[in-house]
Every structure is written in C-alpha cells, then in structure tokens.
Design a protein around this ligand. Structure first.
Ligand code: ADP
Length: 601
C-alpha cells in the first residue's frame, strides 16, 4: 500500500486516475513485480555509478594537479604510475558496472512493460468479443483497432518512462545533488536555486501539450478507420473512379494530422531549449564563481570539475523528468480508453442458473416479440409465430421488413424488448449463450473466411472436428472436388477474406462449415450474388443436404427455396403480412404474389 501511495503522490494523481493506476498495478503489473524490483535494483546501481563519476573526476583532476611541478621528476614518475594503476581499473570497473546495469535494467523494465501491456491487450480483446454485438455498430472499427495499436504503444512508452524516470532518473538527480553538496556545498546551493525557476514555464507548456496530444491521438483513430474503409473498398474505388475523392478525403485527414502534430511538437520543442539555456547558465555560473573560489583557496579545481561533470550528467535526466508528466498524462488517457473497453458491461448475458440447451428438437416460437435497435428504429412489432421441428420457414418481403432482425434475435445477437422467443418451449434467455448458439448454424450472405487453410475454415464449424469429418462435410457441400483441384488441396490458404476463391467456392465452404456444425437449427441468409448457373446448381445440392431434417429459417431470394419451404412468412414493417405455402400465397394475390410478379416481370 505504502509504495503505491508514494508513487501516485509523485505523479500527482487524483481520484479516477489513481484508481486506474491502482488497478493496473494490482491486476497487470503485480505478476511481474519480481522482475520490476530487480529492474529497480539495477537502476539504483546505475544511478550510484553515475554519481560516482563526480568523485572520480575530482580525484583525477586534483591528483593530476598535484603531480605537476611540486615534486621532483623521478618521484613524479613513480606517483604517475601508481596513479594510473589505481585510476584506470576504477574507471573501467565503473563503466562496466554502469553499462551492465543499464543493459539489465533496460531489458527488465521493457519486459515488465511489454508483458503488462500484452496482457492488457488480451483482456481488452476478449472483452470486445464478450460485449454486446451491437457495440460494433456504435464505434467505427478503426477507432477500436487503434486501441490495440496506438493506445498500446502510448501505454508501453508511458510505463517505461514512469519506471525509469521515477527510479533511475530521480535517484541519479538525488545522488548527483548529494555528490555536488559534498564537493562544494555553497556553489551547489547556488546552482540548485537557479534550476527550479525553469519549472514554471515548463508546467505551463505541459498543460498545453496534454490537450494537443489528446487531439492528435483521436485523429489517429479517425485515420485508421478511413484507411480500413478505403482499402477494403478498393474494388469500388477503382471501378467507380473514386481515387480523387479518396485522395482528397484521406488527404484532408493527413493534413489535419500534420497540423495537430506540429502544434504538439512546437510546444514540445519549447521545453528543451529552456532547459538547455538554464543548464548553460548554471555551468557558466559555476565557472565564473569557481575561478574566484579556486584562486581564494576555498575550493579545488577538482571540485569544480566534479561539479560540472555532475551538472552534465544530470541535465538529460532532469530534462526527462521535465516532460515525464506529459507522457504520464498521455498514458493515463490511453489507459482510460483501454479500461473503458474492458469495462463494458454486456447486456446480453445469461442468468446465473441458466440451463444447458440440450437435445434440441428444433421447435421455435416467437411470442408477441417487439424489438427496436439502439437508435430507435422499430424493426419488429408484436410478432408471433410457431415453428415445428424440421420445418423450413422462408422469410420474404421488401428490404427493411425485419428479416435479418428475426435471425439476429434467434441467435440472441440482440435481446427482444418485449415478448419472448423459445426453443423447445424454453425461453432462450434462460439457457446458456454457448448452448443456445451451439444449437444453430448461421450461413450469411457476407461469408466470413479467415486467412487460413480450407480445412481450418471448414473446421471452425465444430471444435475438434477430424480431417475425415471435414472431408465428409465438404463432399456434402459439393466442395470436395474443387478443393482437391486447389494447389495444396485442403491445406491451401484462402487469402484474406477468402480472396483466392470464387464467390461460389466461398459459399460452398461456408455451407460445408454449417454442415459440419450439424446443428438442429439453421439460419440462412441466402446469397444470390456472384453465382453462375453451374455454381448455383451445386450450391443448391449443398443446401439440400444441409437443410434436411433441420429447422430452417431462410431469408429467401431464390424461387426454388421459397417454393420448397414448408411455410412462407411475408414481412413488412416488422410484421407478418401473410403466411402460408407458395401455392396458397400465390392464390391469395397479396403482397407475396405482387413481389413475385415484380421479380419475374
Ligand atoms: P431486412 O432483413 O428485411 O432487409 P432488417 O431486419 O435488416 O430488414 O431491418 C429492419 C429495420 O431495422 C430496418 O428499418 C433497418 O433499417 C433497421 N436496422 C437494421 N439493422 C440495424 C442496426 N444495426 N441499427 C439500426 N437499425 C437497423
């Protein structure tokens, strides 16, 4: 407890910041405390060795001074030899000690900072995937990514600086002052009075820099987002000739970055010259006064030389301490952003006594369900329907009708605002999220393939699936043959987002994944895009083997799927307008038959 308070006081932390740093210490740094203490030990050694230079210089100068003239030649030779024999090993030993400690403390401190931040990154990442799905819509992905890239870099830097500045540099300065006072306390006091005057303008500049830094950091998030958008939309950019537009858009952001960083470095640049000039004034003062005092016999040339050495050694340390506060503030701001992500409380949670959803038959019921998105868009209104195990339900209707929302609600990506959804008679809120989602497979229009092998991409469907299982699934999805034709068969990497495969191939891999999952409930957001007739026929075969014996919800675009569905729900404005088989609905001459007519006119 005590060391923490001391530390936080030095940094002048208050309230929330103090709490965050305390938490960082308890949960993330403490596991590495042994390494940290060892780093501190070597920092102490380093500081002591650095301070010892002052004494060493004094000794050398004074002895060398006395060698000259005062003694007879032969004596001088003997003395010089003895002198060299003692001084040289001491100098070498001192530099070895200081060099060695420098190396060890640097490795240890870096290892503590990197490991700490690495764990923070892992926690943050896990937290994002535990949070509500809706959070992805709340913030641009780039901003989220910059938590992992930019903020993490800032935090690592701030941690390193805090550790080394607070221990190594503070100690170097303290030891240095002690050495200076020992050498010539009157002159040292004079110097020590001049230096703190520098603090005043620097504190002012620091405040400005904090604001500058915050703006610059936020700007990085914006740029990351825009770059992500621009690159993932490269195809659109090329074909629509949007290069100029994009150049202008990103160009403006890059310009803004230049402006913000120039502001920051201008303020930063002010700090060093102030300290430089002050150092110069101090050194000049020591010189001027020193000459007087040496002549008057109050001090020796060695004392003056020792004093100047200490000033030179200490000034970069003092400079670092002068800007430490900014690094700390930047680090704290980053820490705030990181902990904000970590602390996000998911609203879609499972009850403590949530049951396992097991042996699912696939009966599903919507009972008076209403749902609105966070922005207030009412997507589903008082919707009720029942589905028997093994039924295939086609969701049809104008876009924006609520088809995707129904699928999102079944998977509990969002929670209903009113009413309930149950599977086999159990409210889906009363079962564990894992068992709920294990009971279903989603095949969506935007097929997600990771940059991994074909086998791995199919294997995501079920953890621990064997190579044979994967092959069986691929055969059922009519994917086996084309996979064998790939350069490395099942071990071929698919490229980012499956870029090395055709649309139809990607879709069949996604279907194989769902077949492997072997879940009783299937959620299909049927894709029509990018399929030639041949692929379409193959996908159709795959779909057939996938849907057999399962409860299926399909957002249907293909006439064949709709025709074969056991029941069609026609949705408009979040409500069921019509329901029935294809034949029944065609006869009815309502919205469904109109949509059909439109599609085939
Ligand atoms: P469909 O799948 O039938 O095209 P959706 O279920 O996607 O329709 O959308 C239903 C309504 O909810 C639409 O008005 C749509 O604009 C809105 N909506 C869909 N997703 C979101 C979202 N993430 N945030 C806000 N509104 C949304």
């Amino acid at each position: 407890m005590a060391p923490k308070n001391k530390k936080t006081n030095i940094l002048n932390l208050k309230g929330e910041d103090k709490r965050l740093v305390g938490r960082l210490w308890r949960d993330y740094i403490r596991p590495f405390r042994r390494r940290l203490y060892l780093a501190f030990f070597f920092m102490v050694v380093l500081a002591a060795a650095t301070a010892a230079y002052g004494f060493l210089v004094k000794y050398i100068i004074d002895v060398a001074n006395n060698l000259d003239g005062n003694v007879i030649a032969t004596d001088a030779g003997v003395q010089a030899k003895r002198f060299a024999l003692t001084v040289v090993p001491v100098v070498v030993a001192l530099t070895i000690i200081s060099g060695g400690s420098m190396f060890i403390q640097s490795i240890l401190a870096n290892s503590v900072a990197l490991n700490t931040i690495g764990n923070l990154q892992k926690t943050m990442f896990a937290s994002i995937h535990r949070a509500d799905f809706a959070r992805f819509g709340r913030e641009p992905t780039g901003t989220l990514i910059s938590r992992f890239t930019n903020d993490v870099t800032i935090l690592t830097g701030a941690m390193l600086r805090t550790m080394t500045n607070l221990v190594r540099d503070v100690l170097t300065v303290i030891f240095g002052i002690v050495v200076m006072l020992k050498l010539d306390w009157q002159m040292s006091l004079l110097v020590l009075i001049v230096y703190p005057i520098a603090a005043w303008p620097i504190i002012n500049i620091s405040k400005k820099m904090r604001g500058n830094a915050k703006n610059a950091q936020e700007q990085i998030g914006v740029i990351t987002s825009q770059l992500g958008e621009s690159f993932s939309g490269a195809r659109m950019v090329r074909t629509y000739g949007l290069e100029d537009y994009e150049n202008k858009r990103l160009g403006a952001s890059f310009n803004e970055r230049v402006r913000l960083y120039l502001k920051l470095v201008t303020n930063q640049a002010r700090v060093d010259p102030i300290l430089e000039v002050l150092g110069g004034v101090a050194i000049a003062g020591v010189f001027a006064l020193g000459v007087y005092r040496v002549v008057g016999g109050q001090t020796t040339a060695g004392d003056i030389a020792g004093l100047l050495t200490m000033l030179l050694v200490m000034s970069p340390r003092i400079r670092a301490l002068g800007t430490l506060n900014n690094a700390v503030q930047e680090g704290l701001a980053a820490l705030h952003r990181v902990f904000n992500v970590i602390d996000e409380v998911p609203t879609i949670t499972e009850a403590r006594d949530a049951a396992l959803l097991a042996d699912v038959k696939g009966a599903l019921e919507f009972d008076n369900v209403s749902f609105a998105y966070e922005d207030g868009t009412q997507a589903i209104s008082e919707l009720s329907f029942k589905v028997k195990p093994g039924e295939t339900i086609a969701l049809v209707g104008p876009s924006g009708g609520g088809k995707s929302t129904i699928i999102n609600l079944i998977a509990r990506l969002y929670d209903v605002n009113a009413g309930s959804i149950s599977i086999d008679g159990t409210d889906i809120k009363n079962v564990t999220l894992m068992s709920l989602r294990n009971s279903m497979a989603l095949v969506s229009q935007d097929i997600t393939l990771f940059d991994d092998t074909v086998a791995a991409n199919i294997g995501f469907g079920r953890q621990g699936a064997s190579a044979e299982d994967i092959e069986v699934a691929a055969k059922a999805a009519a994917a086996h043959d084309f996979i064998l034709d790939l350069a490395d068969g099942y071990q071929t990497r698919v490229g980012e987002g499956g870029g090395k495969l055709s649309g139809g191939q990607r879709q069949r891999i996604a279907l194989a994944r769902a077949i492997l999952r072997d879940a009783p409930i299937l959620l299909l957001d049927e894709a029509t895009s990018a399929l030639d007739a041949q692929s379409e026929a193959k996908v159709q075969t795959a779909l057939y083997s996938l849907t057999k014996g399962r409860t299926v919800f399909v957002i249907a675009h293909r006439l064949s799927t709709v025709k074969n569905a056991d029941r069609i729900l026609v949705l408009d404005d979040g409500q069921i307008i019509e329901s029935g088989t294809h034949a029944a609905l065609m006869k009815k001459d309502g919205l469904y038959s109109k949509l059909r007519a439109l599609q085939f006119s």
